[in-house]
Design a protein around this ligand. Structure first.
Ligand code: ZN
Length: 195
């Protein structure tokens, strides 16, 4: 599994631009273990759509070994949408793997979706763009330094909603960790992975 590690240059979780330039207000660094392609993509599809739940922790451990954020005191996975039919949250498994390496808690009870209008999987990038900024809420995170964990970075829309929710709950997102980043030309894949 280690062969998939090919970290991308840090980019902004909110807008996708290279991190460190003046890209957008309140830029947040995002670290991706690899591009969403090859074995890395296969692993994620197996974890997400082919019920290979046992992959989640080792994949998360690999993320935790590759990246470190010393400011973090809690890992929060992006929640599954309630209208989805998935049995487990792959991002929670990744967060639990990172948690084992970093020795800070992973908590999936903080962030939640506020409504049922947008299932997470199988949406095209154009419909994801319609997600309102306040689509997610969070329980109090007063003074917490949060690392958000997600599976694949695509448009950044979900993460923007998550970052906004954390900030409204008085927390601070110090960084975002994702397994991989999908480039726009890969978007049509959503049509065949839906099973
Ligand atoms: Zn930005």
């Amino acid at each position: 599994m280690r062969s998939v590690v090919s970290p991308l240059p840090t980019f902004c979780a909110k807008c996708g631009a290279p991190y460190g330039i003046e890209c957008c207000s309140g830029s947040v660094p995002c670290h991706a273990l690899s591009l969403h392609e090859g074995i890395s993509r296969e692993l994620m599809l197996n974890l997400k759509y082919r019920n290979s739940r046992s992959l989640g922790i080792p994949m998360g451990r690999l993320m935790g070994e590759t990246f470190i954020d010393k400011d973090a005191d809690i890992l929060i996975p992006v929640p599954l949408h309630r209208s989805g039919r998935r049995e487990y949250n792959q991002s929670l498994l990744l967060a639990e793997g990172i948690s084992q390496v970093w020795n800070i808690p992973a908590d999936d009870k903080k962030l939640f979706w506020k409504n049922d209008i947008l299932p997470q999987a199988g949406k095209t990038s154009s419909s994801r763009h319609m997600m309102p900024a306040d689509a997610m809420g969070s329980k109090s995170l007063e003074g917490r330094s949060v690392v958000l964990v997600d599976d694949v970075y695509t448009t950044g829309n979900t993460l923007r909603a998550a970052i906004s929710a954390v900030e409204k709950a008085a927390g601070k997102v110090c960084s975002v960790l994702v397994w991989s980043r999908r480039v726009p030309s890969q978007d049509n894949e959503a049509s065949w992975v839906k099973q």
